[in-house]
Design a binder for this molecule. Structure first.
Ligand SMILES: *Cc1c(COP(=O)(O)O)cnc(C)c1O
Length: 395
């Protein structure tokens, strides 16, 4: 199952770098999760909510016109954009809400940057009748006002974080602080394969439904395994969600695409593997963007969901093993890819997902004709229409 070792390490990455006060809540969470993942009652409960509430299974869609445009490869899109609330995030929040209920916790907290994880958390909190507080940097609240309003409509309290850079990193610090104080009745739903053990493992577990479905669907529709999988990488949850079921299929190549932003200068991108180094951020040892004295670098991406200084520890390990490859796409390439998919297929992709499609556009000419590729369409682009219009000045 490619699980981390008992201390939560994938090779040398991962672990649990937290203050003493968080050690026992994390150990308790690990124990409950370890039990639930082998409990058949929990699995059927989870499956039912994913089907009736989140909208699973999502289609594996052969994008014929876009495939032609790319020169005759066969490209399938895994349609996570069709999930409830518009992205893969709901797979994880549904799962963790069920975990919280099993632990007897009636309050949920979360952090959010772009607001997508906050919205998916607010939705499941409403669905299960749990109180919900979402921490969000004041800069992000300004940029994502509509998502703040969505969360409030669903009954969540959105708390402004004015510390530090007033973005995601600072919101995570506040959520951790809340959790330490209120752990008796509160579960913290972390939004990606990041943070201290068991979060990278637990979030992978809930997202790996993407790849399990896709593997079965491609075998049915194409009669064989794909040659290549492509997904964008913020923390890396949609990517590991797609990759995990294929890790033991040696013939399947996998590429994760980070945000190349405006270029390679410090502060202009979120490409941890090309511009970063190893270190600890927010509970985990992985590749991060930091300067010589260990200060975290500012990051930039046109897509808020990829704009974070650390990458999930399992990706660091898979890269070291040579099992998965990692690349980047720039803001400009992602915007061009956003338009191309919209025009060829009538599907507006999230700007995050457009980094994955941008990579494939750039590389398609080098693939064997007839090659079969699955791109994870992690989310829908409706949320990004205003920012694309703002950048390009359309009407
Ligand atoms: C949050 C988000 C991402 C990035 O998060 P991962 O954990 O890397 O998947 C990618 N795409 C969309 C649509 C998102 O909302």
């Amino acid at each position: 199952m490619n699980d981390p070792d008992s201390s939560g390490r994938f090779g040398s990455y991962g672990g649990r770098y937290v203050p003493e006060t968080l050690m026992s809540p994390l150990a308790e969470l690990e124990e409950v999760f370890t039990h639930l993942r082998t409990d058949s009652g929990f699995s059927s409960e989870l499956q039912k909510v994913l089907r009736d509430y989140a909208g699973r299974p999502t289609p594996l869609y052969l994008a014929e016109r876009w495939s032609d445009r790319l020169g005759g490869i066969r490209v399938y899109l895994k349609r996570e954009d069709l999930c409830h609330t518009g992205a893969h995030k709901i797979n994880n929040t549904v799962g963790q809400a069920l975990v919280a209920r099993h632990m007897g916790k009636n309050r949920i907290i979360a952090e959010t940057g772009a607001g997508q994880h906050g919205v998916a958390t607010a939705a499941v909190a409403a669905r299960f009748g749990l109180r919900c507080t979402v921490y969000m940097g004041s800069e992000d609240m300004k940029r994502q006002a509509l998502n703040v309003y969505r969360m409030r409509l669903m009954g969540a309290e959105v708390v402004t974080v004015d510390a530090g850079s007033r973005t995601l990193k600072d919101a995570i610090n506040e959520a951790m602080r809340d959790w330490v104080t209120n752990v008796r009745d509160t579960h913290y739903i972390l939004g990606s394969v990041l943070g201290p053990h068991p979060y990278p493992l637990m979030v992978r577990y809930f997202q790996s439904v993407i790849g399990r479905e896709a593997r079965q669907q491609v075998l049915e529709q194409e009669g064989r395994l794909p040659d290549l999988l492509v997904a964008c990488i913020g923390g890396g949850s949609n990517a590991i969600g797609l990759f995990h079921a294929f890790l033991n299929d040696e013939s399947v190549r996998m590429v994760g695409v980070e945000a190349g932003g405006r270029g390679t200068a410090r502060g202009q991108h979120a490409a941890r593997f090309t511009g970063g180094r190893r270190g600890v951020l927010q509970g985990t040892y992985t590749w991060i963007l930091q300067d010589d004295s260990g200060n975290i670098d500012p990051t930039h991406s046109v897509s808020a969901g990829l704009d974070y200084a650390a990458v999930g520890p399992e990706h660091a390990y898979l890269r070291e093993l040579g099992r998965c490859e990692y690349s980047t796409a720039s803001d400009k390439e992602a915007l061009n890819a956003f338009h191309e998919l919209s025009e060829c297929e009538g599907i507006l992709p999230a700007l995050e997902s457009s980094h994955a499609t941008a990579y494939l556009r750039r590389q398609a000419a080098g693939l064997t004709p007839g090659a079969c590729v699955i791109v994870n369409l992690s989310g829908r682009g409706d949320k990004d229409v205003d920012s694309v219009r703002g950048i390009e000045g359309g009407s």
